[in-house]
Design a protein. Sequence first.
Length: 262
Amino acid sequence: MAIISLTTDWQHRDYYLGALKGRLLSICPGVQIVDLSHNVDNYNISQASFIIKNAFIHFPKGSIHIIGVKSEETPQHPHVAVKYKDHYFIGADNGIFSLVTKGEPEEIVRIENIEKEDNFLTFPELNIFAKAASHIIKHKRLSKLGSIQKELFRLIPIRALIQKGTITGQVIYIDSYGNATTNISKELFESVRQEREFEILVQSNHYRITKINLNYHETSEADFLALFNSSGLLEIAINKGNLAELLQLEINSDIRIKFHDH
C-alpha cells in the first residue's frame, strides 16, 4: 500500500485539504494518506522542515511526502521531486529540501511533464503534486517527470556559536506545549562541556538551569528544565507549563550555556 504524507500551512476551515485528499484518493487507488502537520505558520519553511525532518524517517521506505508550504513555483524555485534515503518528496525548491536533507539526495528532478489544468494554476498541490505522486506510485522512478537537476536551492541554517567557554544557540522550534527546541545538539554540548559544570541562561541571567534531565518529571511542576529531546537537540521547558508564553520566547531567541572550570 502506497503512503503519502501531507505537510501544509493550511487552516482546517479551508477546502484545500479536502480537495487534495479527494484528488489523491481518485488518482491513487488504495493510497494511505497521513496528515503530518497542517499547523505550520504561513510560509514558514523552517518550521515545516523541522517537522518533516523529524517525522519522515519513521515512515516506511518508499513513502511520498507532499509539502504544501510556500509551494508556488517561480523561475528561481521550480517544482521538484526529490529522492532521499529511499523516500520521495514533492514541493517547491525554495530551500526547504536543503533543510530536510543532510548531504545530497539520490535524485532531484524538475517536475515539467505533468499536464497542468488552467483552473488550478494557483493550487499546485492539486494541479501538480498529486499527479506527480501518482506517477511515482505507478513507476517507482522520477526520471520521466522532467529533467535532472544537479543540486538543491540551499538555505544556510543558523549555527550555534562557541566563544570563550560559552555556547550561544537559538530557538528553532516551539511546540504546542510551549517547549523550545534549540539548535544546540547533544554532541556539541558534550564536546564543549568536557565534564565541566554549566549554566543554561534563558532570555536573561534571571533564569538559570544547571542540570540536564532525562525526563520532564524529574523536575517539580512549574519549574524550568532542560533535556535533549528525540531530535537530539537541547530543549528548554517548564514541567506542566508553557515556557515560550511565560518568557515571550520566539524563534531565534538566544539561549546561552556558560561552562565553569573547576
